[in-house]
Design a protein around this ligand. Sequence first.
Ligand code: KIV
Length: 251
Amino acid sequence: MNSKIEWIKKQKGKSLPVLTATDYPMARLLDEAGIPVLLVGDSLGMVALGYPDTTHVTMEDMLHHTRAVMRATPHAAVVVDLPFQSYATSAQALLNAKKIMNLGVDAVKVEGACLEVIRALIQEEIPVMGHLGMLPQSIQEEGGYKIKGKSEKEREQILREAQELQACGVFAIVLELVLPEVAEAVTQQISIPTIGIGAGNGCDGQILVTHDLIGFFPWFQPKHLTPFAAVGESISKAAKRYLISQDKNEL
Ligand code: KIV
């Protein structure tokens, strides 16, 4: 396991800020700002490619965006999502994860308790980040972006799967839209870092979609976050000012 992944594992009980990166300028700005971990998340399907959900994202999309991010990130650990249906079997997962790892990234992330696939990847020394709770790649089955862990059955499932993922050797687990007390219980029960998104403040780290953080996708604002900037608004204003400046030139 490389030193960046070892460092992430040591952040248990400390602070672990993670952001998504989709392209060169964004990744470079985040890396230069000192964000220690960047995820090339398949949420890029929505915020960069305009799809309604992540199930449309292909391996080609992920490779294209990862190449751009890797040109910009000498410091951060880079984790990349294996996209929808790219890890249905262990053989397929290995083939696709190797394509991504060959770009020089530090780890891949997979959604759900696909234990056999995770074991196969780790056996080949590919570091894996887990992802439990709301699983965007299963949006059709999930029927929407709903909070997980409300029922006893869901709570038990999340706790059990987190233990299983840890036993398989994942180095951290993202908990998405998990009831805060359940996310906290998972965090206390496992020895690897949990990274929450819309899961309260009880996880070891937090991950945000950068477009949400900086107001760069103003058509959707998640409930768990008030943006720190209004980049979308700045672009609109600049474009309008440019239009006006051109009108003046014509006069
Ligand atoms: O794709 C993504 O951005 C993610 C985060 C929401 C965790 O998986």
